[in-house]
Design a binder for this molecule. Sequence first.
Ligand code: HCA
Ligand code: CU
Length: 461
Amino acid sequence: MAEILDSTLREGEQTPLVNLMVDEKIEIARRLDQVGVEMIEAGDPSVSPNVFQAVKRIANLGLKAEIVAHSLATRSGIAKARECNADRVVVFYPTSKIHLDAKMNKNQDEAIAWIVEHVRYARELGLKVRYTPEDATRTDFEFLVRVCNAAIEAGADRISFADTLGIMTPSRMYEQVKELRARLAPCRIDLHCHDDYGLALANALEGIRAGADCIHTTVNGMGERTGIPDLSETILAMRNLMGIDQYQLHPLMDLSAYVEKVTGFFVAPNKPITGVNAFSHKSGVHTNGVLKDPHTYENFDPSLLGRERHIVIDKYTGKRAVEARLAEFNVTVTPDELTLIVEEIKKIGDERKFLHDADIIDVAERVTGQMLDIFPKEINAIVMIAVESHVYTTSVVRRLKNLKQVSSVYELTGDYDITAYVKVPTTLDLNNFIEELRAMPGVKNTDTRVVLKKYAETVKA
Ligand code: HCA
Ligand code: CU
């Protein structure tokens, strides 16, 4: 059974400019647990007091996932992992010649002795141990096998085949994991693939096919330099391309948005699975296909992730897409009119950067020579309310909350005391609502703003 270890809280926090607060880490850990990842790498407790706190609190949350603490091969680092109550410690120590020479100043035999000593120490403290040969993929293969077998003999039950610089290709990954599997004593093999050439996920999937057990991910693919495989991409690729279907998909979008919010690290529009364009269709050929059968250009139904497909209208657009967009406004046109409308849209699209729905309706009105009455399905408004000075604001809030048109209420500082978010079917209803409000005891005056465009909340509570 393949597994996922998510390292958003450790590798992910190694992203430039990213710094997570303890409570944010706890929230991320809870959401990762809802997704169902088998392991959460919560941090290296030696990094700072708050990283220590975060690991400790996460380890004590009672999550289903195994909680892993990362550590250099030092006694104090390993002891801190124990103090945090982590289930497992990662003892990491490099094995490539350049790292041993330039960083550690140790020869291969000295390195093995050091690693064995520290794996043993972690076992003595009652911790499960993963040994990570840092820079494994640039390590002399014979030495790598030797050092890993020594670590396994000392008590490690997991080895991370770390492609620290992201230099692997899928075929080499397959070959080397096959060979490791054959030559290592019984253990589980993790794949930690960096994305320096954009091959991280491809490499990891090939490693799994060759017999490795676990892929390391981060939310939104964060990490040192160009990061490691993105959690959502990994889960969807495992599910749809390899038949490994063991994770919850519905928390993924909100998790990605939450991590964007608290890290300030935003994903590119063309990012697979979670990027805004992942389910958008633009050219006439594509939109025509999708409107007839979404499977023509969609690998899976976006609703699996709680997402919607989007049809872009501009100069690339064909008739089917325009017809469908007009139908959303309850507008039907003849085939000849449709041809003319599409021609017009292409003309505008050649000259302007963006086309809005209002432009499409405009064109349709001009072509058909009719006034098209487009009624929005619902009117949303923000109503600001000033309360008489002798009245408790809270008493007005209480009344407002009972009105069915009001979806949320805030007490504010400033010229107005209260803001209510209001949803009504028509402008007439809005008018009636405001009259009702003005008559309410304690209300001094109101100021109403109709919402023209609303953006989806990026993060749900
Ligand atoms: C690093 C360490 C590491 C460790 C990977 C692992 C790497 O260099 O920061 O423990 O599996 O990429 O080698 O992230
Ligand atoms: Cu790494």
